[in-house]
Design a protein around this ligand. Structure first.
Ligand code: PLP
Length: 346
């Protein structure tokens, strides 16, 4: 029985073509700046997103940490959304390693942080307060595409108040593909989104399908500071070109195909529509959230167990979550929808 793994878009295995690209990569010691495949990837992503420089890092978590610590000093703070990865899901790293305190704000229903709330959170220059230095946003946020005009307004506000701006774009290309629409230029949209920010982090190990790795993009000066943080965090790797080659391959071949993942997510949401005891959110990209209602409300662990016994994996930490990616297909999401329907009918 084929496993249908909808836990995350991080579960993909490298394709045959990606493995061949990895094997063929020219390698060197990246701590000396000598790895041609790493250097090529860094130039490729920086130029694609319109930045001077980029830094290849092992994970998105480390990329965000490098960004916050490149922008902020001890005793500074960053304004961030409650649900954002770099606040909620990274073990409080910026506070632990950098003594940078977060100022988390609630999200509005469209995933944005209210401009008035951002403005009100920025502290006056006064010894009572931490120094507010950075606004961090995320796109997509839990699969939600943050509106383009909002990105412009929020970063303009930050800049007017003297704040730097960082985008956690782990799934930036999902947002870009969704905004570009069929036949649109997703790469140009990605560059437009990134252009609003001082630094942008992108993950190669999510929907792009590489086994590991993220990149932080920014000015030469910021990336030099981030490089120092990466070293301190233990993230400077040697012949990392093996991984960078996979990321380069992903950038060349796996961006536009994210539209397939989005179509699969819509198909899954349609398959789950109208099931009693389940409310499904229409997905904008590759993540489907669903909530159990009424008598079914407390049965999520039971449901996930029943799915697992049929070879279908999903998560349900806060809400049921199903993520589509390179390694699932129509038959797989149809099987998942049918199994959920059977469980809730029984
Ligand atoms: C996955 C993710 C990260 C972190 O990536 P890791 O490589 O798992 O550390 C950061 N931000 C967002 C939005 C993510 O989805």
């Amino acid at each position: 029985m084929n496993l249908v793994d909808l836990r995350s878009d991080t579960v993909t295995r490298p394709t045959g073509a990606m493995r061949r690209a990895m094997l063929a990569a020219p390698l060197g010691d990246d701590v000396f700046g000598d790895d041609p495949a790493v250097n090529a990837l860094q130039e490729q992503i920086a130029s694609l997103l319109g930045f001077e420089a980029a830094l290849f890092v092992p994970t998105g978590t480390q990329s965000n940490l490098c960004a916050v610590l490149a922008h902020c000093q001890r005793g500074d703070e960053y304004v961030v959304g409650q649900q954002q990865h770099c606040y909620r899901w990274e073990g409080g790293g910026a506070a632990v390693f950098g003594s940078v305190q977060p100022q988390p704000l609630e999200h509005q229903p469209d995933g944005t942080l209210a401009l008035a709330a951002i403005e009100a959170a920025i502290k006056p220059d006064d010894p009572h307060f931490a120094r507010t230095r950075l606004l961090a946003l995320e796109n997509t946020l839990g699969g939600q595409v943050i509106p383009m005009d909002y990105l412009q307004q929020a970063t303009a506000l930050a800049r007017a108040k003297g704040l730097a701006t960082h985008l956690d774009g782990a799934r930036l290309f999902n947002a870009a593909v969704a905004v570009a629409g069929e036949g649109g230029d997703a790469r140009a949209v990605a560059r437009r989104i990134a252009g609003h920010f001082d630094t942008v982090s992108v993950c190669f190990s999510k929907g792009l399908g590489a086994p590991a790795g993220s990149a932080l993009c920014g000015s030469r000066e910021l990336i030099a500071r981030a490089r120092r943080v990466r070293k301190m965090a233990g993230g400077a790797m040697r012949q990392a070109g093996l991984l960078a080659a996979a990321a380069s391959h992903a950038l060349e071949h796996h961006v536009e195909r994210l539209a397939d993942d989005h179509a699969l997510a819509r198909r899954l949401a349609q398959g789950l529509a109208g099931i009693e005891g389940l409310r499904v959110e229409p997905p904008q990209t590759n993540i489907v959230f669903a909530d159990l209602l009424g008598p079914a409300r407390d049965r999520s662990a039971e449901l996930l167990g029943a799915l697992e016994s049929e070879g279908i994996l999903a998560t349900g930490l806060y809400r049921l979550r199903f993520v589509t990616h390179l390694d699932v297909d129509e038959a797989g999401v149809d099987r998942a929808a049918a199994a959920i329907r059977r469980f809730l009918a029984g």
